[in-house]
Design a protein around this ligand. Sequence first.
Ligand code: C6P
Length: 412
Amino acid sequence: MSAAGAVFGDLRPDFPLLAASPKLVYLDSAATSQKPRVVLDAIREFYETANANPHRGAYKLSGAATDAYHGARATIAKFLGASDTDTLIFTRGTTESLNLLASAWGHSHVHRGDRIVVTRLEHHANFVPWQQLARAVGAEFRICELNEVGQVDLGQLRALVTANTKVVAFGHVSNALGTVNDVREIVKIAHAVGAVAFCDGAQGAPHLRVGFDALGVDAYAFSGHKMLGPMGIGGVIVRRKLLDAMPPYQFGGDMIEFVFDGDTTWNTLPYKFEAGTPNVEGAVGLAAAVRYLDGLGMDAVRAHEVELSRYALARLGEIDGIVVHGPVTAEERSGVVSFSLGDIHPHDLSTMLDVDGVCVRAGHHCAQPLMRALKVTATVRASFYVYNTTADIDALAASLRKAKERFGAHVG
Ligand code: C6P
């Protein structure tokens, strides 16, 4: 490991916000990542050279915007390992992508008496849409529990995924614990009964090589802002045969073929699922972000985060009273370390860390069903990305020791 830490050394100069605040210790990338200068430049360049409404105009500038938008789609699809570019539907992010699936696919394919299976690890965005779909159509909503180290109990999943199961919805990586799921095995379990396997990749795409075609999932949802891209853009890749068999999610401009007085026919993919003026700047910015990640290499990104997680688990393990939730080893998790410190409330702890310039998230991490199973109301979560170094983790550990001293008697 280098002095700066792990694989990359110090990438902060590439990130204007971090470069401008050398003392800031940003450990909340699972919530949103910082943005490299190349992303900001790409957005500016789009507005300065190619801004027009894509698909609408016959003039050259509109053509330039169309090219920028579709070029971005091709770049991002390739990055995620999807060969069928037009099955990548742009959305505002993972939340909208999962709602699209539950709404458009769910309401046309899940019926009374069918079963929907999710896991205890799910973010609310991959829990509530399925729960509400089940309530609306009279389907069964079942939750697969975890083993003692926060991994999906695959034995229980096999038992839960019965012949009447229509969908297994699961996360690639847990935002609250960092658990990396065995996607291929979960897909196998779903497909064995003819169910579809939908993957929430919000915490997978930024950190792991995805390989959509090879993974075998039927849909993979992601958010640009967690993978160095701008907010307000993300998407979902869906198998073409499912998209063809789904009604549109929203109605409006661009998604129609012909509108008659009494009925309407739909545009081809991907337009059928992209109503209204698209977020071209977001797509262009996200394409620049994935080019940056490609430049680093996703295997190196993963190796960097495993090293940082290993270092963090060791450093936090030296502090009496810290309980780390989730998988035991760095290899079993993404760059997320969720913990409690004695009976200090996570919100108090994160406020104290903030005094030292250490940004972590405290709370239920939009995973209340998981928190209840862990028998905690909240945790403190430090999450790492390419620009973090071991120095950031040293700063976290030092600040935690200070906080512990202040709260003294209650911990350890
Ligand atoms: N998790 C976190 O701090 P959006 O907000 O649509 O970009 O992503 C929603 C989402 C869905 N699934 C998972 C696994 C996620 O982690 C998130 C977002 C952030 O953990 C904000 S709650």
